[in-house]
Design a protein. Structure first.
Lengths: 114, 114
């Protein structure tokens, strides 16, 4: 079982629709959760982070975390063609001494169609 | 504010050689992490440095090493290069290990091993 699993896609949604991206993780000790967007040929950029169970909204983006089910999701409302990218879920388990170890999923490719 | 810079941007080496990659973090950022990105394995954590100390290391062989200097700049070294080391090597900086939500990635160094 992979530590962080995502559906590779592509996930195709029409412009203006809601895109729903999902991620599951295996380590129950995971403490913080991140969503990165990566355009082709570019570096990942952080778009959302969430630490507590529930929903966190920022503009058109909502991150949802359910630690009991070991599940993180990202909703993108009013999807735009510029949202077309690969979305990486990352899970952090802090380690003794205060270090971090971010484990990434392989990413979901999102295509927003006109 | 300047972003994370990495040098060189592209590198071609042959098997058995060694390589050193450099990363300059965002001004004020004291934590630096390194990642390897390949089409097959995705984005994988290599190591994290803070205050010139390695805080954590990913599951990579000892051929991969790194260090951080007093000005927070970091280098990573790969010795005895193998074909499978061909990848995009990404450096990311954050204010400190407790604030991973401030992590920004550099543009990466693309390494090709022939």
């Amino acid at each position: 079982q992979k530590e962080v699993e995502q559906n590779s896609g592509p996930l195709s949604v029409p412009e203006g629709a809601i895109a729903s991206l999902n991620c599951t993780y295996s380590d129950r000790g995971s403490q913080s959760f991140f969503w990165y967007r990566q355009y082709s040929g570019k570096s990942p950029e952080l778009i959302m982070f969430i630490y507590s169970n529930g929903d966190k909204e920022d503009g058109r983006f909502t991150a949802q975390l359910n630690k009991a089910s070991q599940y993180v999701s990202l909703l993108i409302r009013d999807s735009q063609p510029s949202d077309s990218a690969t979305y990486l879920c990352a899970v952090n388990r802090g380690v003794t001494g205060g270090g971090n170890k971010l484990t990434f999923g392989t990413g979901t490719q999102l295509k927003v169609e006109l | 504010k300047a972003g994370v810079t990495q040098t060189p941007r592209y590198l071609i080496k042959t098997r058995g050689q060694q390589v050193t990659l450099s990363c300059s973090p965002i001004s004020g950022h004291r934590s630096v992490s390194w990642y390897q990105q390949t089409p097959g394995q995705g984005l994988q954590f290599l190591f994290e440095y803070f205050s010139e100390t390695q805080r954590n290391k990913g599951n990579f062989p000892g051929r991969f090493s790194g260090r951080q200097f007093s000005n927070s700049r970091s280098e990573m070294n790969v010795s005895t290069l193998e074909l499978g080391d061909s990848a995009l090597y990404l450096c990311a900086s954050s204010l400190n290990p407790q604030n991973m939500e401030t992590q920004y990635f550099g543009p990466g160094t693309r390494l090709l091993v022939l």
